[in-house]
Design a protein around this ligand. Structure first.
Ligand code: NAD
Ligand code: TDX
Length: 342
């Protein structure tokens, strides 16, 4: 796909989804990709080591909630913005919610203000299926009510609503995309799949919350990025698009598959106290995005096997995270019932 935009600003490009997105953009004939990232615990320049020397790639170390963002955008105005940056982990939101509102709500609004001032042609907000809350049956469409169930999803819903208000009030060309649970290479090992893989690779038990029968719709990261770029190119301003894989699995099924791929015994699974306010099921209908020509390509069983291979082959990447003091302290706080990492 060629791009109609010459200079695209991506926020959060040093994180999991953002780094794949930056790489996908640079594979196109774009003139410039600017990545604005605060480099929180989840931002890792190593995720972009392979493209760091590309003269079309520019990195700006900044918080999206920082008012100095205006000067950065004025100096080198992008014609499109994709807001990927966020605080993203539900368990951290439950333990320490304030930074979620700061980044996911206020940061989004600061970026919208900058976009309005420089007159950006296009703005895509990367959001999540979690804003619809737990779906007991059927699948959420873009018109379903927002019923976020935890401080992370409530902050993301706040960001979505600000985006849509800027489309309505100022005519800013904003579209919102809501992605399903995403997995693949370079995912920070706090999330369920990479935590399970790296624990199994190091002989640690894997925590399974509650009865393990919560359902998630697992979307491969490159399918998610292709969906975001479809919204960038073909989405209608003011509209929302779900990016769903439409392949739900129970958490215990995912874990059973990982045990099989890694040849680990059933005893490696440790049932632990459930997450407070744990959403039971996420499910979205993706017909609206499919109508624009996008469809998910990766069956979850294939994607899981490839992801396990990637983590096997890139132990330096995840060991350097897991052996750091910050991760060890996080793990001890989050999983006091499990053996500590160090
Ligand atoms: P991640 O946690 O791996 O990366 C987040 C990135 O944002 C990091 O590089 C971090 O340094 C940066 N960041 C955080 N706060 C910032 C701030 N204030 N200013 C600038 N940069 C900041 O996240 P991810 O899993 O790649 O998620 C990316 C986006 O996709 C988020 O908006 C998230 O809500 C959304 N999303 C994620 C999933 C998923 O399953 N991972 C699913 C649906 C939607
Ligand atoms: O150790 C664990 N054990 C466990 O059973 C962890 C970390 C999770 N779980 C469960 C909780 C969820 O039901 O696995 C499921 C997936 O958990 P997470 O990876 O934390 O994802 P989730 O809470 O579903 O949210 C994710 O999807 C939507 C992302 O983290 C969000 O950023 C995204 O918006």
């Amino acid at each position: 796909m060629s791009s109609s935009y010459r200079h695209i600003l991506v926020t959060g490009g040093a994180g999991f989804i953002g780094s794949h997105l930056v790489r996908m953009l640079l594979a196109r004939p774009v003139a410039r990709v600017t990545n604005v990232d605060k480099l929180t615990y989840a931002g890792n320049p190593a995720n972009l080591a392979d493209i760091a020397g590309d003269p079309r790639y520019h990195f700006v170390h900044l918080d999206i909630a920082d008012l100095r963002l205006r000067a950065v955008l004025r100096e080198n105005p992008p014609d499109a913005i994709i807001n990927v940056a966020a605080e993203t982990h539900v368990d951290r939101a439950i333990a320490d919610p304030l930074v979620f509102a700061r980044t996911d709500v206020l940061g989004t609004q600061n970026l919208l203000e900058c976009a309005r001032e420089i007159g950006v042609r296009r703005f895509v907000q990367v959001s999540t299926d979690e804003v619809y809350g737990s779906i007991s049956e059927g699948a959420a469409t873009e018109d379903s009510p927002l019923q976020p169930g935890n401080p992370y999803s409530a902050s993301k819903a706040g960001g979505d609503l600000l985006c849509l208000s800027y489309a309505n009030t100022y005519g800013l060309a904003v579209s919102v995309c809501r992605g399903a649970n995403t997995y693949g290479p370079h995912q920070y090992p706090e999330k369920f799949i990479p935590l399970a893989i790296t624990n199994l690779l190091t002989g640690q038990p894997v925590p399974l919350y509650g009865d393990g029968r919560q359902r998630r719709d697992w979307l491969y990261v490159l399918d998610h990025c292709a969906g975001i770029l479809t919204v960038l190119e073909k989405g209608v301003p003011g509209e929302v698009y779900n990016i769903a894989a439409e392949q739900e699995r129970e958490n215990r099924e995912i874990l059973a598959r990982l045990l099989a791929l890694l040849d680990a015994p059933d005893e490696a699974v440790r049932r632990v106290t459930d997450r407070p306010g744990h959403d039971r099921r996420y499910a979205m209908d993706a017909d609206k995005l499919r109508a624009l020509g996008w469809s998910p390509k990766k069956p979850v069983e294939v994607g899981l096997a490839e992801t396990v291979d990637w983590y096997r082959q890139h132990s330096k990447w995840w060991q350097s995270i897991r052996q750091g003091d910050a991760f060890i302290a996080y793990y001890a706080r989050q999983y006091p019932m499990l053996p500590p990492l160090a």
